[in-house]
Design a protein around this ligand. Sequence first.
Ligand code: SF4
Length: 363
Amino acid sequence: MDAFHARYPFLREARAAVEEAGVDLEAVVRSEDAVVDRARQRVERALIDREIGPPARSTRIELLSYPVARVIASLVDASIVRQRYTEAEAAAARERFEEDFADEDEISSVGTPTLDRQTLLSEFDLDSVVRQTADGFEMTVSAYLMYSASLRPSKWRLSTRVLDEGWVQISEAELETLLEQAVEDRVEEGLPLSVPDTIATVLDEPVAEIESTLEELDLTREIDTVVPELFPPCMQHLLDRVQQGEHLAHHSRFAITSFLANIGLSTDEIVDIYRTNPGFGEEMTRYQTDHIRGDTSPTEYTAPSCATMKAYGDCVNPDDLCDAISHPLSYYEVKLDDEAADHTDWRNRETEESANAEEAAED
Ligand code: SF4
């Protein structure tokens, strides 16, 4: 078991290393709290932030947390958990193999374990169905269809691609997306696992924690109400800054845009909000918003959690309610549940105001 295996735990080689080391999974979940904790974090961060969180310093903890995370994801009775978890593992793998491929194209760093493109292609038996061309890559139609089938944007439809004698042209970035998909399929293989009771009982606590996070997030899916006065302080602050025409750093812009998309604003409505900003570029705003909404990307992004907002310095003026929640969307949900609050949707106010004005004029 080495750092390379911990970096790419889904590889057959990593699985073999764990087997060779004679690891007993039941003994690990019973006695190695750090492994269970990192495993819980992998699943929980995937659910909240669509990432697996920073790796543990210990190679053993990092590597063993992967099979334990798959067990935990299997024990939570909700397919969304497994979906987000497998997506987040694949996204982390992509980030890593992109780094390694870049190293491969330049000078490989001495002593750092890296994964080259050919090895990854062989891992998924893709080496004979992908070939490099002067402009990028080509993949056979059958392999292309297999891995692009679940990619949402219409650009992946075969009818939109250049085909040449059974080979589909793809760019380097597209090949990486297809490899990411192959990783996701690998992580997903066999899930949900059938977990013996003796292991399930020991994992009661992390599973309950994830279920409670899920409950908190689940509420947000129903939101389609826009009442800025009830936004959490961080989002009110970012919205004010947008409307005052300030330039926002990428992470802040992502936070407010994804929040607005998550609570039900359309791309046109979000673009309208940014229009008041002097640095506004309609095309870029529309592109970013469609990307966040999952219209032009494989993923529909969720606004960052409080932990991420804090890490980026975007958590501003937290109040008492902030102590009780872990996600800005949960804050907003609680505020919306408050019977006393004015729930007039922002989008209806203008209509209501002009109707009132007309009524007043008639009187
Ligand atoms: S604690 Fe969370 S909801 Fe409250 S201001 Fe900070 S990031 Fe926003």
